[in-house]
Structures are given as structure tokens and as C-alpha cells.
Design a protein around this ligand. Structure first.
Ligand code: ARG
Length: 588
């Protein structure tokens, strides 16, 4: 469907042209004085300069041409030259009725669907998920859903960290504790056991221990580095052990991500890029891009316009070892080969911004991607505690994601457990509402900003929170159920009548903005815009519901129009909530 604002703009533009002015002056925006009008056009002000005429004269001429329009209830020129626009109730009601009939409530799918890879989550195997991974998962999942909704081919990739020193550390520690394991017997040629020799909780203990130990003991660290090297070069026993670490970790990760409604399309890993490294490096050398600097192989990526120093991108260390960069670049090679994406978007902590700038420039310069592939860094800020410092446990440690989810779920459970519902239902409500509290608390902030994690505020059923939005949906569902109980299922095709009270007009106008908002939120990778929108929509619903007694209404046509209106409100809210990766319970 054409956006409402575009329809208005078309009509205004036509009038400007008819009155002899350039079409570019037919600009329209949402009114910044909603007490006076709904939309406004400031084009006469801009045209005044070019036509050397008083703006009010131009505005008057344009308005005169629109007085009999089917679209405008009221259109007036206001000194010094603004045009204030109020739409006809029927026009708004027709637009919103059409929306209700449209498969995506007025959103048009992309005419030329693009292939977009979203690199998000980025968990590291054998290390428990912590709150630092939370933002990437939450934001990435949401923008992935936006892209799919807009009709693009979107591939969400977890891009597991499975190939760095942490693997060597775990292997080294396992060897120290269990030197007799078959994985460490260099003469062994048989098959390795199918069953992993450790559980997830054992792994979670091993890694931090080995990491801390290696900091104090250089010889141990060296051994771990060597083990990493041997693993990367295919040493059989180490590889088999690594596969166990991978499987045990991925199972555990999937459980946690499922709790958060985060689903990856792909579970690719850093190690998958390994086979592409050799040719990539050769290509960089042959192309004359890579050169040796202080023993290391590097590619210069600085540009004349740089305001700050952008260091060269290091491809291989002096001992030939690969780095995080190398893997990310080779992953680009792999992705281009497998998917030919039009865009790759990385949802990563904003502290990695400079690093990604280097990687992107290097990928472009060395022609791993052409100019038609868009590489985007979507950097997010830190989740802080109430003290303004990065969020920690009470003991000062890093909080595990599982614990965080449990805390917020328990907070919601406490609020609903006294209701007359079964234990199972209360738990289910707490899960859905808890996840929404957590996610909305995060997504409602602009991604690049830091924010303060506040469990009380996030889980409140009032104010700009996830639970409030869900509560609005639940409330509409209950009105609809009540209506159906009395009158049977509502007429799905019932057209909406022109609104009577302002609160009804406001609700319709809020709904009508959905397609415009959605397109914008997708283009800007901005979940916070969807949050802002559903908060406004929920408030508009609250205003409408407060003023109109839907169930008691005696005028059946009016009542049926209202039922259509609140059904659409529910559908749009549910769609948005799903796009944010949340879901509403039946009751709460
Ligand atoms: N595993 C990394 C970390 O924990 C994040 C990965 C981000 N994605 C990427 N393509 N580098 O910091």
C-alpha cells in the first residue's frame, strides 16, 4: 500500500504544480502541533525565496485549490505561510480498513529482494554465554526478522568463536589432568570415542581455570599456543577433542538461545573459514596488496581523508599464525562463495568498530567483495548496572546469561503467582513476559548507546516497558473474547466507519503509520523505532479504550467497526512484538 503521508504529499504536490510552483515544494510532514492539525506542509515557506513572493500568498493559492478535496477535512494557510492539514475521517477510516485487508498491514515487500547475512550472537564455545553476548543476540535477531518481513532473503549466522587460543587452553588443561586419554596418545590410529569425555559444566570450569593459570605461567601458555597451532594444522587427537568441545557447547548454546527466542539459520564457525585462508593470502600477495612489515604480513588500509590514524590490517603474524582478522576476512570469502550476499551486517560490541573498519577496507581493497556488496557494522553499547559501570554480579563477577534470564523471570513470576492460575501457566507467563522485559529494556534504546539494566523498571506492567506492550495485547484479546462470547465471531470484512471522537482518530492515525515506520526501522537497523511505535500505539489504544465502551455499545455498525479497529491494533502490535523477538501470553 502507498504510505498515507505519500498519498497526502501527492495531492499537495499537484496543487503546487497547478498553482505554478515547482513540485519539490509539495513536502509534507507529521504535524509538530498535533493540537492544531495532523499533518503540515512548509513548502510555501521554502518556495517564497525562489519565487520572490510572500509565503502566505503562495500558501493561500495552494489551499484554494484544495478546498473541495476528498482527502482533507480542513486545510488552511497560517501566517507566515504554513499549511495545516486535517484529514477527513472517512479517508482515514478507509485507509485503515484497507490496511486490515492487506497481508502485511500496508507494508510492501521489497521489489528486488536482497540476500543479507546478519553476523550476530558470536558466542565462543566452551565459555558460558554472558550478558555481553546478550545484546548482539537480541539486536541481531530483531534486525534479521525485519529483513525477512520486508521480503529479503536474510541469513542469520551465529559465527561461533571456536578456533582461537581458548581451544588450545582447554586441550592443554585436559592433557594435564588426564594424560592417559586416548586423544593424547600419538601412536593411536583407531577411532575416537563418540561420547564426550566431559560435560558442559566441567568445560565451563576448565576454561576460566586454564585461562587464569596461563597468565601466571608462561610455559603453560606457550604449550597452549602450540596446542592451538597443532589443532589448526589438523592433529588428529586434538581435532577429535575439539569436536567434542564443539558439540557439547553448541547443544548448551542452543538451549539458551531458544529461551531467548533467538534462532540462527546458520551455525557457522570461525574454523569453517580456515580452508579459504591459503588462497586468500596468496591472492593478497599476488595482487600487490600485502607486504611484510616487521616480519608480519599486512595490508595498508589508511585513506587520505582519514581524520584519525587507521593502522594497517594484519593478515599473518611473523610466525605465520593467523589472527581474528584473518578469520573474518576468510569468512567473507566463504560467504561470497556460498551465498553471494548483497550485504553483510555485523552486530558486535561498538568497541570493535575500528577493527571492523580495517577489515571492511581490506576486503574492499583486496577485492574480496565488489563495490556492490555492502558491509555494515552495527555496533552496540554496554549494558551497565545501576552504578553506571558494566553490569556485574553482586560478587563483582561476570553474570551468566542464564542467571540473568532467571532473575528477570523470577521477578515477573512473583507478580503473577498470586493470580488464580496454575503453576505451569504462571511459569509460562513469567517466561514470555520476562523475555519481553529483558528484550524491550534493551531494544528500546538506540543500539549504539549504553543503557542501565534495571530489573524493576523493565518488568513493570506500566510505562514504556515490554510487559506493558504485552498487557495491551492481552487486554485486546480479552475484549475480543468477550465480544465473541456474546455475538459470535466478528465479521472479518467489516469496514471501519469514520471516527467520532479524537481518541479514535488518534488510534487510526497511529495504525496508519505502520508501513512508513517499518520501512524506516528496517533501513536504519533500528529496533528502537519499533519500540517507540508500539509504545505510542499502545497509549493510543489506552486512550481510545478509556473513552469508548466497546462491549456495551448499542449501535451494532459502530461496535463492529470498533471491533475491526482493535483487531487491527492487536495484529499490528503482535507483528511488531514478533519482529522484536518477543511473544505475548494468552493472559497475564
Ligand atoms: N566471538 C566474538 C566475541 O566474543 C564476536 C564475534 C563477532 N563477529 C565477527 N565476525 N567477528 O567477541
Amino acid at each position: 500500500m502507498e504510505k498515507l503521508i505519500v498519498e497526502i504529499k501527492k495531492e499537495i504536490t499537484e496543487a503546487f504544480v497547478k498553482a505554478g510552483y515547482d513540485e519539490k515544494f509539495g513536502m509534507v510532514s507529521v504535524s509538530n502541533r498535533p493540537d492544531l492539525c495532523q499533518y503540515q506542509c512548509n513548502g510555501a515557506m521554502a518556495a517564497a525565496k525562489q519565487y520572490k513572493k510572500a509565503p502566505i500568498m503562495i500558501a493561500n493559492e495552494v489551499v484554494a485549490l484544495l478546498e473541495n478535496s476528498e482527502t482533507f477535512e480542513k486545510i488552511e494557510a497560517i501566517a507566515p505561510g504554513f499549511i495545516n492539514i486535517t484529514l477527513k475521517g472517512e479517508f482515514i477510516a478507509n485507509y485503515v480498513s484497507d490496511m486490515a485487508m492487506s497481508p502485511k498491514y500496508g507494508v510492501e515487500e521489497a521489489k528486488n529482494p536482497k540476500t543479507i547475512i546478519i553476523d550476530y550472537g558470536g558466542p565462543n564455545i566452551a565459555k558460558p554465554l554472558h550478558v555481553g553476548h546478550l545484546r548482539s543476540a537480541i539486536i541481531g535477531e530483531s534486525i534479521k526478522r525485519f529483513g525477512k518481513y520486508m521480503g529479503h532473503k536474510v541469513i542469520g549466522d551465529a559465527h561461533l568463536g571456536d578456533w582461537g587460543l581458548q581451544m588450545g587452553l582447554i586441550i592443554t588443561e585436559c592433557k594435564k589432568r588426564n594424560p592417559d586419554w586416548v586423544y593424547f596418545d600419538d601412536n593411536y590410529e583407531g577411532e575416537y570415542p563418540k561420547e564426550a569425555p566431559f560435560t558442559m559444566s566441567e568445560l565451563e570450569e576448565i576454561y576460566p581455570y586454564a585461562n587464569a593459570y596461563s597468565k601466571e605461567h608462561p610455559e603453560y601458555r606457550e604449550e597452549a599456543q602450540n596446542a592451538t597451532f597443532l589443532l589448526q594444522n589438523g592433529k588428529r587427537g586434538y581435532y577429535a577433542l575439539w569436536e567434542h568441545i564443539l558439540n557439547v557447547s553448541v547443544n548448551d548454546l542452543k538451549k539458551n538461545y531458544t529461551k531467548l527466542n533467538v534462532e540462527f539459520d546458520l551455525w557457522k564457525k570461525e574454523s569453517d573459514a580456515q580452508p579459504y585462508i591459503k588462497d586468500m593470502v596468496q591472492g593478497m600477495k599476488d595482487g600487490g596488496y600485502a607486504y611484510i612489515s616487521e616480519g608480519a604480513l599486512v595490508v595498508d588500509v589508511k585513506e587520505d581523508t582519514d581524520k584519525k590514524e587507521i593502522p594497517p590490517c594484519m593478515i599473518l603474524k611473523s610466525d605465520g599464525a593467523t589472527l581474528y582478522n584473518t578469520t573474518d576476512l576468510a569468512t567473507i570469502v566463504e560467504r561470497m562463495k556460498l551465498f553471494k550476499p548483497d550485504a553483510i551486517t555485523y552486530v558486535v560490541d561498538k568497541r570493535q568498530e575500528l577493527y571492523f573498519e580495517q577489515v571492511f577496507r581490506c576486503a574492499k581493497k583486496t577485492k574480496l567483495v565488489g563495490d556492490d556488496t555492502k558491509l555494515t557494522f552495527l555496533g552496540f553499547g554496554t549494558m551497565n548496572g545501576k552504578d553506571g559501570k558494566p553490569f556485574k554480579t553482586r560478587e563483582g563477577g561476570v553474570m551468566r546469561l542464564e542467571t540473568l534470564i532467571k532473575n528477570i523471570t523470577d521477578a515477573v513470576y512473583d507478580k503473577v503467582s498470586d493470580r488464580d492460575i496454575s503453576e505451569d501457566e504462571a511459569r509460562e507467563i513469567a517466561r514470555k513476559v520476562g523475555v519481553a522485559a529483558l528484550k524491550y529494556g534493551d531494544l528500546s534504546n538506540q543500539a549504539s548507546k549504553d543503557y542501565i539494566f534495571d530489573i524493576e523498571r523493565f518488568s513493570s506492567f506500566e510505562g514504556n516497558t515490554g510487559p506493558y506492550i504485552l498487557y495491551t495485547i492481552v487486554r485486546i484479546k480479552s475484549i475480543l473474547a468477550k465480544y465473541t462470547e456474546k455475538n459470535g465471531a466478528p465479521d472479518a470484512d467489516a469496514k471501519m466507519l469514520a471516527p467520532v471522537k479524537k481518541s479514535e482518530t488518534d488510534l487510526m492515525l497511529a495504525l496508519a503509520k505502520f508501513n512508513d515506520m517499518m520501512e524506516n526501522a528496517f533501513e536504519e537497523n533500528a529496533p528502537h523505532k519499533v519500540c517507540q511505535y508500539i509504545y505510542e500505539l499502545s497509549n493510543a489504544f489506552a486512550g481510545f479504550y478509556h473513552e469508548n465502551k466497546i462491549i456495551a455499545e448499542e449501535d451494532k455498525a459502530r461496535q463492529s467497526s470498533w471491533i475491526s479497529l482493535i483487531t487491527l491494533t492487536k495484529n499490528v502490535l503482535e507483528t511488531c512484538v514478533d519482529l522484536l523477538g518477543m511473544e505475548a501470553p494468552e493472559r497475564m
